[in-house]
Design a protein around this ligand. Structure first.
Ligand code: NAP
Length: 214
């Protein structure tokens, strides 16, 4: 797939690198320095390159949105027309000091995003793992049980795109349902963050769901 990265920081930089290593054609965009995007592309290898948000979105089958909530308007404006694009958001609707969700209970960041870009096809994924775990999970793929990764969205075709990307980087995709389920996955992401960053073991934390039957 051609995957445009909108926001090439901790999440976008790492996920884009892994998508490129898994064989996807990646365009890194949206950082404060063009040089950083070029370095990321060089280190990712494969068919990765640096570009503007408009270039990242132009030919993309899927876009990863990985910016702070306060940067949404800016990055979406720069990305241009997103009609028909699958936009996979890992962004959480956090306040300025990242201490609390600013949307919740009756809505979610993913649903608010979908309202802002009504012609795009929004899927919510990747926000329930700390960026620190991503390389470890990728390297461990094929060796034992995969960790889970929940995702949600309203269209089965769009969700297939997200689930392929999730699987390609070593996780077991868990379809949590329609986009409104992001009301539950976004607070869950805060719980994972709490355990990862405040726990004794360090941030390299992934989770796995198991179903027990009688
Ligand atoms: N980090 C995690 O483990 C994690 C986990 C779950 C969900 N999330 C969510 O994922 C989203 C991204 O988080 P992150 O940790 O990847 O954040 P981050 O490292 O700060 O990345 C944000 C990206 O946006 C770019 N940016 C910010 N302001 C800009 C501006 N004025 N002009 C151009 N580029 C600008 C940054 O540029 P620079 O590279 O130059 O700084 C960076 O590339 C957030 O919504 C967060 O809640 C993160």
């Amino acid at each position: 797939m051609r995957v445009g990265i909108l926001g090439s920081g901790l999440m976008g930089g790492k996920l884009g690198t892994l998508f490129a290593r898994a064989g996807h054609e990646v365009v890194f965009s949206y950082a404060r320095r063009r040089k950083k995007l070029e370095e990321l592309a060089r280190e990712a290898g494969g068919r990765a390159r640096a570009g503007t948000p408009a270039e990242a979105s132009a030919q993309a089958h899927a876009l990863l949105l990985a910016v702070h909530w306060s940067r949404f308007d800016d990055v979406l404006k720069q990305a241009g027309d997103l009609a028909g694009k699958v936009v996979v958001t890992c962004s959480l609707p956090m306040n300025d000091d990242n201490s609390a969700l600013v949307v919740g209970l009756a809505s979610s960041g993913a649903e608010e995003l979908a309202k802002r870009i009504p012609k795009a096809r929004v899927v919510c994924a990747f926000n329930t793992v700390p960026s620190e775990v991503l390389f470890g999970v990728y390297e461990a793929r094929g060796k034992g049980a995969r960790p889970s990764l929940v995702y949600c969205g309203d269209d089965s075709g769009d969700k297939r795109v997200a689930s392929e990307l999730i699987r390609d980087i070593g996780f077991d995709p868990v379809d949590a349902g329609p986009l409104r389920v992001a009301r539950y996955t976004e607070p869950f992401a805060l719980l994972v963050g709490q355990l990862a960053y405040e726990g004794k073991e360090g941030p390299e934390l992934a989770y796995r769901f198991e179903r027990f039957r009688k």
